[in-house]
Design a protein around this ligand. Structure first.
Ligand code: BG6
Ligand code: MG
Length: 212
């Protein structure tokens, strides 16, 4: 199948905001006296805020009211951390890769479970860099459900089989496969056995045989 579009996850792929998510969950867990480490954090990659909270609170019982307050607390901490973002937060490698893909005629999109996607993209000056954005505001089911990538592909006007999905999350790779996309792994997702294409840095994608 000819590849015509590339759909990028945001947190942990385009930006290192995955570490801000970790810090914000860690701060909540510490306040509640609940153990939380990087390994557990990896299970939250690609997963919606409320589903992530359920994983953080595994083995503990809280009311729905408490849980909503915890999710809001985490998001407030996370948003404080997002204030550190500037256009310089986008690596040169990432900028050059996006430019080169566009130069070669590919359509590019964001497919993220995050409801903070547009805030983040505007902070780093990338809001208009993509041909389409699909995010946590557009979907009912977060990854590993393929919904967000299907929305992104539709907005690009492409079939899933003509699109690559770049992901740092196991849940995201699973979603890409379920939706019929070609999965490409970076970061934590490179530990995923079911992926053939793995990146050390974003520009590695330019070398793969599925691109022209
Ligand atoms: C994903 C992150 O991109 O967005 C998850 O990988 C996060 O860790 C999810 O929980 C939802 O993000 P937000 O910004 O809506 O809380
Ligand atoms: Mg991610």
């Amino acid at each position: 199948m000819e590849i015509k579009g590339i759909i990028f996850d945001l947190d942990g792929v385009i930006l290192s905001t995955d570490d801000f998510h970790y810090q914000a969950w860690k701060s909540l867990a510490t306040r509640l006296g609940i153990p939380f480490d990087r390994e557990k954090n990896n299970r939250l990659r690609g997963v919606s805020r409320l589903a992530s909270l359920e994983i953080v609170l595994e083995g503990y019982h809280f009311s729905d009211e408490d849980k909503n307050a915890f999710a809001e607390e985490k998001n407030n901490t996370y948003r404080e951390l997002l204030n550190n973002l500037t256009p310089e937060s986008v690596s040169e490698d990432t900028r050059d890769t996006l430019d080169e893909l566009k130069r070669r005629g590919y359509k590019i999109a964001i497919g993220s479970s995050s409801k903070n996607t547009k805030l983040i993209l505007s902070r780093v000056g990338l809001l208009n860099a993509f041909d389409a954005i699909a995010d946590g505001e557009d979907i009912k089911k977060s990854k590993p459900d393929p919904e967000v990538f299907l929305v992104a592909a539709k907005r690009l006007g492409l079939n899933p089989t003509n699109c690559v999905v770049v992901e740092d999350a196991f849940a995201g790779i699973e979603a890409a496969i379920a939706g019929g996309f070609l999965p490409v792994a970076i970061g934590d997702a490179t530990n995923c056995q079911s992926v053939e294409y793995k990146l050390n840095k974003l520009s590695d994608i330019l070398m793969f045989d599925f691109l022209k």
